[in-house]
Design a protein around this ligand. Structure first.
Ligand SMILES: [Zn+2]
Length: 539
């Protein structure tokens, strides 16, 4: 076993195949940034040339400024009977400009003949030509051998021929794909053993789907048999039952097999990053996910309560802090002080020395979370809360009141149908100001009115734009009415930040998040303004 196993994330490509998961380009950029924080080795960004959004993502990839991860573009080998330099898809892969290109190739005769409608030997030539061409153009080339395990079971020689052809042509990695997800760990081990014998020089990878519930186990089995590259997605996103959960795989490799695939400091951020990504995918994080789930270290107190307090290690398989999680007692809940301290540090506040303050923040976070708030993605709202507890939340204005009404307009006067109207009244330095605006919905109208009423005193708010808006209805565990959580992402063109609001209805929740967004910006900007230099002083 090598202790340099690649962690290859395909959340943005294979993960995005999940039913109900739709990523905007802004989402993809943000998630790529979070994956880089996690320090995965490779980020597969999408399929340029085939999916327009992915082409645009790669065009903007230089904005990402990745510190650790290497970007990969995914695409197929040249088409049958087409010269590789004339193939448009291959040209799009080069145009994506990524250091790594991952080619998908058929490795199953049935798929070659029926889906590609070509011969097994032409398929091998397509693999060889495309790898050589991309390598000659300076790309590191990985090959995903699609349906490898099904082919290995029915036409073993051809499956091995594909791996050999890719290796000979210069592929740095040949990932064996359990495309149908039907494998078991023992069979994966057997196949990897056979490939190693047949093509001894090849660096092998594993791409597992979870149809047998074994995607993680199959990935671990492949590594134990000698694979040194694992592919997967955050939170196990993917079509059908999903892909291998890349975090569970990597954390198992690191914490159980001592392979060190992720640096220790990014492992300690694993829970936060997994949850932040689930806010951007707008798919609720699974409480029972290994390592990072909110229940992963939650103990029903009862009989064991006092023993857990004395020695929690007796009841948990690792120290939850290693993955940025916390032990929780379900009866007397301890909100995560460690994660609050970590997040505070990340935002530039050193809370380590102040146990009393940490306790106060933890209590407030816990109380807000019980009402439906989440701060995993809403860093800006968390920072405002922190500033408040530190006594440093600057005061800019007071909201006197606001209201919004839905307009039952049937006809358009100026080409646009404004369906809502909002009025916002605030007090700034003792002076009352009021504004009324129309919008294409109540939240849009409120957003406009709030900015208009503030813009005289705070012209810098003109730079702020709302870029993303996510609504989630939360079932209440206690059987009371459901509440609505709204996450708003805003930008001033240079930085972006996310705020959260929770209320009984979507308009009120949106208002809370909108207000936080503008206050956060004013607070951040007022920090950035240097104190005035006294007259006569020289710098
Ligand atoms: Zn796949």
């Amino acid at each position: 076993m090598s202790n340099s196993v690649h962690v290859y994330d395909t959340t943005l490509r294979d993960g995005a195949q999940q039913e109900g998961l739709n990523l905007s380009i802004a989402d993809k950029m943000t998630i790529a940034g979070l994956l880089d924080e996690l320090a995965v080795d490779f980020i597969e960004g999408g399929w340029p040339g085939a999916i327009p959004k992915d082409t645009e993502f790669f065009a903007r990839a230089n904005e990402l400024e990745l510190a650790h991860s290497t970007l990969a573009a995914f695409g197929s080998t040249r088409k049958p009977g087409v010269a590789v330099e004339d193939d448009e898809q291959v040209a799009a892969l080069l145009a994506a400009g990524t250091p790594v290109v991952t080619l998908v190739a058929k490795s199953h005769v049935g798929h070659v003949e029926r889906a590609l409608r070509t011969t097994p030997s032409e398929n091998l030539a397509m693999i060889t030509d495309t790898i050589r061409y991309l390598s000659a153009n300076g790309r590191r080339v990985f090959l995903d051998a699609e349906h490898f395990f099904d082919s290995f079971a029915t036409s073993r020689t051809y499956a091995l021929d594909v791996v050999a052809a890719a290796d000979e042509a210069g592929a740095e990695v040949v990932a064996l794909c359990d495309t149908n997800g039907g494998m078991l760990p023992s069979r994966v081990r057997e196949a990897v053993d056979a490939v190693k014998l047949a093509v001894p020089g090849a660096r092998l990878g594993m791409h597992a789907h979870n149809d047998t519930g074994c995607a993680v186990a199959n990935s671990i089995a492949a590594v134990e048999a000698g694979a040194t590259h694992v592919q997967g997605t955050i939170n196990g996103y993917g079509e059908r039952t999903g892909n291998a959960d890349v975090l569970t795989v990597a954390l198992n490799l690191d914490l159980k097999l001592g392979l060190g695939t992720l640096p220790e400091h990014s492992r300690a951020e694993a829970s936060r990053i997994a949850h932040a990504i689930s806010e951007h995918t707008n798919i609720p994080a699974g409480a029972r996910q290994p390592y990072v789930g909110s229940s992963a270290f939650a103990h029903k107190a009862g009989l064991h309560a006092s023993a857990i307090r004395v020695d929690p290690d007796l009841y948990q398989h690792i120290d939850p802090r290693a993955v940025g999680n916390d032990m929780r007692m379900l009866i007397s809940d301890m909100a995560g002080r460690a994660s609050i301290e970590l997040k505070g540090k990340e935002l530039g506040f050193d809370l380590a020395g102040d146990a009393e303050l940490l306790g106060r923040v933890a209590t407030r976070v816990k109380e807000l979370e019980s009402r439906g708030y989440t701060f995993d993605a809403a860093d800006a709202s968390f920072e405002l809360l922190l500033r408040e507890e530190l006594g440093g939340r600057p005061h800019f204005f007071d909201v006197v009141n606001w209201r919004t009404i839905i307009l039952a307009a049937e006809t358009s006067v100026d080409g646009e149908v404004d369906t809502a109207e909002a009025t916002v009244k605030v007090r700034i330095d003792g002076k009352k100001t009021i504004a009324t605006c129309e919008g294409n919905g109540p939240v849009n109208a409120l957003d406009k009115a709030l900015r208009q009423v503030l813009e005289g005193a705070y012209p810098q708010l003109a730079a702020v734009n709302l870029v993303d808006y996510k609504v989630r209805i939360l079932d209440s565990a206690s059987g009371t009415d459901a509440v609505t959580r709204v996450l708003i992402e805003s930008t001033d063109g240079a930085a972006s930040w996310t705020t959260v609001g929770v209320a009984a209805n979507v308009v009120e929740a949106s208002w809370v998040a909108l207000l936080d967004s503008l206050v956060y910006y004013l607070a951040a900007r007022s920090d950035a303004v240097p104190a005035p230099v006294p007259v006569g002083a020289h710098a």
